[in-house]
Design a protein around this ligand. Structure first.
Ligand SMILES: [Zn+2]
Length: 411
């Protein structure tokens, strides 16, 4: 994979690239493993940079706490081309950057009047929905709200249950604003409250002036989302579908999941969808973020079908064994010495936290390199990382059995 790579002295954008030597093929593949040898190589190269054919090379970082080395990109520099093995290496030094990853993001607006610059599009576009990063505005609203309400945690005292989780979400919404109005007054749950959402907006539209347009958020469990030439359709249930306008934007994260195999969360922005601004407003879904849900009652969102299976198995072990363990799905990265780290799952039991990583696309070298790069960071943060799916992700029964074994031992 990839072409030749060189060890270089130091890198400044636009500056002269001073090559020290070429990396051997063995060293090059070693970079993308999680091994003692990889750590030794990175330690040996520490202070140098590694140069591929892309405009910006990668640097080597060391985590003081654990003395672990990892590759890092400098935030804000040009990305690597998708075929480069460094493509998925995470940015260093993201703290304080405009892509705000912290949990104190409490003000949101989805007006067309306000610049939507927080959204990542372009390279992520697919014939399906547009893929967005974790700095996407609608994703960060959902992630922060869910984290505040604790619906991304499952335990005996916080089982996946619609009524109690909606109550928790409403309470958490107090902290957030939507178009400078309290989110609590403009958040709705379940597609059954769709009509209530838009009549409520219609009634209160005169309260909205200035730069924000009337808007509301609706969070609904749905079965499928489909697309054809006429646009998107949200299939809520067997005999209930909602057709979106052609202008409606549908986004999702990059994980491998089926849009036609629910339960899915549809996080919808409801605003004026009338394109002729001289006409009276007409409220509908203007934007929608789709994510797999672990089950049809709770609000734990996951990144992929494989993660859904893992979380289902873990939930069953917690509830049937009456275990004191808590399953948590972290939604926002934490910074480890300047690098964002986001474990797939955490299991918390008796004061100990363990990471569970779902290795979905283990045969994909880019995926492998990303995981191998973040595993040392997770180790330094939590001490234990268990992986599931490395060998079994293609075989449903074997994967299920592996999840079952793993969680039986952890929960
Ligand atoms: Zn590159």
């Amino acid at each position: 994979m990839g072409g030749s790579m060189f060890v270089i002295k130091h890198f400044e954008p636009g500056g002269f690239v001073e090559k020290v030597r070429q990396l051997t093929k063995e060293e090059q593949s070693l970079l993308f493993t999680a091994s003692k040898e990889q750590q030794e190589l990175l330690q040996h190269l520490y202070g140098r940079w590694i140069y591929c054919d892309c405009p910006s090379p990668v640097t080597i970082r060391r985590i003081t706490r654990s003395n672990q080395y990892h590759l890092a990109k400098i935030h804000g520099r040009p990305p690597h081309v998708p075929t480069c093995p460094f493509y998925s290496i995470v940015d260093g030094e993201q703290a304080g950057s405009e892509g705000n990853l912290s949990a104190n993001n409490t003000s949101y607006s989805f007006s067309q009047h306000v610049n939507d610059s927080n959204t990542i599009t372009g390279a992520y576009d697919s014939p399906n929905s547009t893929r967005v990063g974790r700095t996407d505005k609608l994703y960060t609203l959902v992630a922060n709200l869910f984290d505040s309400a604790g619906v991304n945690r499952i335990s005996l005292s916080n089982p996946p249950e619609f009524v109690s989780q909606v109550k928790g979400l409403r309470k958490a919404a107090i902290k957030y604003s939507l178009g400078s109005k309290p989110l609590r007054d403009y958040i709705f749950f379940g597609m059954g409250s769709f009509k209530e959402a838009y009549t409520s907006l219609k009634e209160r539209e005169k309260l909205w002036g200035g730069r924000h347009k009337p808007q509301a958020i609706l969070l609904a469990h749905v079965e499928a989302v489909t697309h054809d030439d006429s646009g998107w359709t949200i299939k809520v249930k067997e005999d209930w579908a909602i057709k979106l306008t052609k202008q409606a934007r549908v986004t999702r994260l990059n994980g491998l999941f089926s849009l036609t195999k629910g339960p899915l969360l549809a996080a919808c922005v409801i605003s004026d969808i009338n394109t002729d601004k001289k006409q009276p407003s007409k409220y509908g879904i203007s934007r929608c973020f789709i994510s797999p849900l672990v089950n049809s009652k709770g609000f734990m969102i996951v990144d992929s079908d494989l993660e859904r299976t893992a979380a289902k198995v873990a939930t069953r072990h917690i509830l049937t064994n009456q275990s004191s363990a808590i399953l948590e799905k972290p939604l926002l990265p934490v910074m480890v010495e300047g690098t964002p780290v986001l474990p797939d799952f955490l299991i918390k039991k008796n004061g100990v936290t363990e990471v569970v990583e779902v290795m979905g696309k283990w045969d994909d070298p880019i995926y492998q390199s990303r995981k191998n790069n973040t595993l040392p960071l997770m180790l330094s943060l939590f001490g234990t990382v268990s992986c599931v799916g490395k060998e079994t992700s293609k075989d449903q029964d074997a994967y299920y059995a592996e999840c079952n074994r793993l969680f039986a031992s952890k929960i």
